[in-house]
Design a protein around this ligand. Structure first.
Ligand SMILES: *Cc1c(COP(=O)(O)O)cnc(C)c1O
Length: 394
């Protein structure tokens, strides 16, 4: 039986899957079972923050796995406490963390914190959460409902939980707030929605307004967190102090982990929230290793250099291929080229695979780039060389 057949027969077909069989990875290069190599500009949708086959990460995982992988959260877990402290210190925010296993779960935690805040901190109950159209917050029933794209709210999965409403823009949020609103949940750079960053001053203005109104600002940093924007958190880049921040994708370097962090450390008490796997020895040891790799790179300016180099290459291409692209979008190491139409986008992504380059789609017509934070200049050069070859044949 071929791998494709096996997958189609036994795995639920929830993805429009490509059947290239990757068997080995080193840095930002992947190898398939025929020995062909691919430059990875996708990093597992922003997950492989330190690339593939990283020695520091893999030995941290191996060493931890040989000892304790998991005990219950009824006992204290040393790497969990260490990782929480490290994230708080690097972020610069006085917050406490809860560890989950994914982005959606981190956002579920954020919504639970907001709901309890709304139940306990006001004279009359507040429970509504405002999010944005084109947002993406996850695939559970609640986070699908929090996601502001109508196409996600199919009747197939209804009824959905109440209490979510969507606004077109940041400016529209002000008027949408009523006396039942408890929180605003946003991404600072919309990832799935088309790699769309918001203006710093409009976000700062919103943060000030929400603080004045006593309404929580929740920032979904599942994709933007862990140096993706060039700073540890996009919230650091935007110089705001959210009430709640969620993390996941890049934090474990590929090991499933999510986290919700908040300055309202007293809202959840024993029994309010939990997770069997969340924050176990394996995932938090991986998280510690990822930060041990990336923090020193940030401190000496390597991450900055990488993102400037990547951006200049992309910008050059965007200027030279105006027949295919409308404009360049994104920031840091989350970038996109807005294609003239969805067909061009689809063709480019498919042809890139043939040429040995992995890129992603976002929104309706954006070709998306989410390379690992540790990608080298040589890998960037080679990736764009292959990309241009594809564009020249379009
Ligand atoms: C990927 C993503 C999620 C969902 O994360 P999962 O780990 O797939 O549950 C939520 N929010 C944002 C902004 C994301 O990019």
């Amino acid at each position: 039986m071929t791998l494709e057949k096996q997958d189609k027969q036994y795995v639920l077909q929830t993805y429009a899957r490509d059947y290239t069989n990757f068997v080995k990875g080193k840095g930002s290069t992947l190898y398939d079972d025929k020995g062909k190599n691919y430059i990875d500009f996708a990093s597992g949708i922003g997950v492989n923050s330190v690339g593939h086959g990283n020695e520091v990460l893999s030995s941290a995982i191996c060493n931890q796995a040989k000892n304790i992988i998991h005990i219950s959260n009824l006992q204290v877990i040393e790497p969990q406490a260490k990782l929480a402290q490290k994230i708080v210190e690097i972020s610069g925010y006085d917050m406490g963390l809860f560890f989950a296993n994914s982005g959606a779960e981190a956002n579920e935690g954020a919504i639970k914190i907001a709901r309890k805040y709304g139940e306990t901190k006001f004279d009359s109950k507040r429970y509504k959460v405002i999010t944005l159209e084109h947002s993406f917050h996850g695939r559970t029933i609640t986070t699908v409902k929090a996601t502001g794209q109508e196409s996600f709210h199919t009747p197939n999965f209804s009824p959905y939980p109440d209490g979510f409403s969507y606004e077109k823009s940041i400016a529209d949020i002000y008027n949408a707030i009523d006396d039942e609103t408890v929180a605003v949940l946003i991404e600072l750079v919309q990832g799935e929605g088309g790699v769309q960053p918001f203006e710093k001053d409009e976000i700062q203005k919103l943060a000030i307004h929400l603080k004045k109104e006593g309404i929580l600002l929740i920032v979904d940093e599942v994709q933007t967190g862990v140096y993706r924007t060039g700073e540890f958190l996009a919230s650091n880049l935007y110089e705001i102090e959210p009430d709640i921040i969620t993390l996941a994708k890049g934090l474990g370097g590929g090991v499933p982990i999510g986290a919700v962090m908040t300055k309202h450390k007293d809202i959840l008490s024993a029994g309010d929230h939990g997770s069997t796997f969340g924050g176990n020895y394996l995932s938090t040891s991986a998280g510690l290793a990822v930060l041990d790799i990336l923090k020193p790179m940030y401190d000496i300016g390597i991450i900055d250099e990488t993102l400037i180099y990547f951006a200049s290459k992309l910008s050059d291409i965007s200027k030279r291929y105006t027949n295919l692209f409308e404009k360049e979008v994104g920031l840091g190491l989350m970038r996109g080229l807005r294609a003239k139409n969805a067909e061009i986008q689809g063709d480019i992504i498919k042809s890139c695979m043939k040429e040995g380059l992995i890129v992603l789609k976002a929104g309706r017509n954006t070709v998306r780039f989410l390379p690992s934070i540790t990608i080298t200049k040589d890998e960037i050069d080679e990736g764009f060389k292959r990309f241009e070859k594809v564009l020249n044949n379009c």
